[in-house]
Design a binder for this molecule. Sequence first.
Ligand code: 26V
Length: 803
Amino acid sequence: MTSIKTVQEMKDAICDKLKLRFGCGVEDADESQMLYASALALREIMADMEISSKRELRDKKARQVHYLSMEFLIGRSLMKNAYNLGLGDMLTQAIEELGFKSGDVFEAEPDAALGNGGLGRLAACYLDSMSTLEIPATGYSICYELGIFKQKIVNGEQVELPDIWKDIGAAWLVTKPQETETVYFGGTLRRFVDNGQLHIVNEGATEVLAVPCDMEIAGYNTDHVNVLRLWDAKSPAMMDMALFAKGEYLRAVEQHAMVETIAKVLYPDDTHEEGKLLRLKQQYFFVSATMQSIVRKHIEQCGTVMNFHEKNVIQINDTHPTLVIPELMRIFMDDVGLSWNEAWEITRQSVAYTNHTVLSEALERWPQSLIQTLLPRIWEIIDEIARRWQRHVDEYYHDTAKTAEMAIVWDGQVRMANLCVATCTAVNGVSALHSEILRKDLFKYACAMMPEKFRNVTNGIDHRRWLSEINPGLDSLIKELTGGDAYLMRPLELKKLEAYADDTAVLERLAKIKHDNKENLARHVKRASNIVLNPDAIFDVQAKRLHEYKRQLLNVLHIISLYQRIQDDPGIRMQPHTFLFGAKAAPGYFVAKRIIHLINSLADQVNNDPICKDKLQVAFLENYRVSLAEVLMPASEVSQQISLAGKEASGTGNMKFMMNGALTVGTLDGANVEMHEVLGDENMFLFGMHADEVVRVRQQGYMPQIHYAQNYNLRRVIDQLKRGFRDGVSYDDLAQRLLMNDEYMLLQDFDAYCQAERRVAETYANPGKWNRMSLLNIARSGIFAADRSVAEYADNIWHVPHR
Ligand code: 26V
């Protein structure tokens, strides 16, 4: 087995790769080439480990997990892989000794940003835990040429630029053309009987080649390596010289171009998005390639598919990969020759579904006509599943309203969530509250019929990345106080920190670490955007996708009211307060983009008003992404988790902030509820309506204008929105939206929110108290480690053993 044991060996390995890949010596290499060569050096080790992990799986014939997700928000991998292999320090030293600043080399790595936000980052954290817990698992997605767009702020507004990552990012990918699959779109079905057997063939379909590009995922402190398989789309026409020879050059090129758009770009999450043909093509493309590949390997191993469900479990990450269900049925019936009932039993027992949102506009529905033409055979199978399901529901309830609500095909639409719920062995939400809402509300009738299916697995984060790797100061303090690095494998060890809750020396060290991290962020922001942050101000942060339900606008309303208070009394003594935002808006989500513009207008006003000096500052951090979060989390002191209760399925940013010692201002929503359970009222700043109150207030007829009429401060803030700020842009549209509709009830929670922010400022004025709370947040964050979540999936849903 290849191994690197000394700094010298690491340097040799890097120089070797520089020579092979770029034909240059270290004296001629730049940072990107050093990065690439370092990646190749690590990959050589991981490749050996991948091969032996596969060998072991084959020998043991163990059950495997297949995690299907349209998104994996990986971020950077060089430091992460080095860390997991135990080579972090050695790599850093080798790079330095070769004459480079290691920081510059690590920063040269582009984020692999194949995801939008929480759902994709969760999948990436789970890959790490699955490898670390030595679970045989594979992730599957699309090898998008362009990840989530790069955000530029121009005159206060978001502008999207393409995210070209593969030139360098490809260092982590190994293409395996010998494992190419073919995916078929369109065509017409023809049935014929041969030897007494009914056969179905699809004639005239468009063929797309799916070529796997594998990324190795090393676990921490283990030789176990799993793989993330990203499918690239290639046109067979390009390879089929016959078409060219027949003078069909243009058709060949046209088809080639059409096919290769499939893996071109990641769809930005837009909850209002119409069912787009290209998105459906992407979904079926990666699902079909994945299932063909899994079944093929299974048959090679076992010679039969009758035990498929015993050896494989397929996790459906949100409804995006739902077509696995009809695709598996198709393969079992049409390719293998099983009967419907046989195929159904095996399929049903192989699939599990995780729901990540209750927003009704985000629940996927596809026009029946689209599926019919694009995927004729898949449509037949869905239609049959839907018919059987409907009969079953009818016999159970004898209630047409319920049948309608639970239907898979209804009103010319295919409802993907209902297809998952009807079929899967397990359905889970991602926090206790969210799972409860699935059981009591979204899927209530299905749950009453099949309560045993419904589970909860509260989300978790990779604490090795999100604490140990990115916050080295805190990491060493924890290791010192808890007596070693046990917490890296057993995150609940963090609890030991509680013993120091009243140790002033420890609390002061904690404060010093935070301050250093704030200075580090300030340097970073200065370099990236030329904004000067005051490291002595409270760093109060809201970083997440921009969505109205997450209520960034509520944060803005409060900042405006603070600003007005300073205008009323410029001599006011207050703790300097810096509000930081990071957020991308879906390019088609107009209101979200207006809110970004507003934040920038407000920042421009406040930061240029001399009365705000050393009091108030607002900064919008451009292009929020994994690698920016890695600098931001360790530097944050206040974490804004202020969604309308009942809307945020879980949140995972909330966990990253908590683990790095930030205190949460939050509603009782998503995983905040479970944070509150371990922290108590005294260690976070809760405010606002609870989920059931939200329902009640809505039923009673919510009238936002009443708050406007009755609350002077609020009225002043909203009037300011209408007038706008010194850049002359009016935000009357946003003001009207709040007054007329206020779907997410900002005005209802405004007062409670301002009070919570007041408690934040008061508490911050007492550093002893603040630092104690901060320490307790870190100490009690262990349950939010992804290792815990993945172990729960393994025990309760996948039924696979783990470390
Ligand atoms: C919807 C769409 C619609 C069409 C275009 C592309 C696209 C991509 C994603 C989505 C839905 C995203 C759902 C989601 O990200 N949910 C988040 O999942 C996190 C992990 O469980 C959770 O912590 C967040 O609360 C939840 O919002």
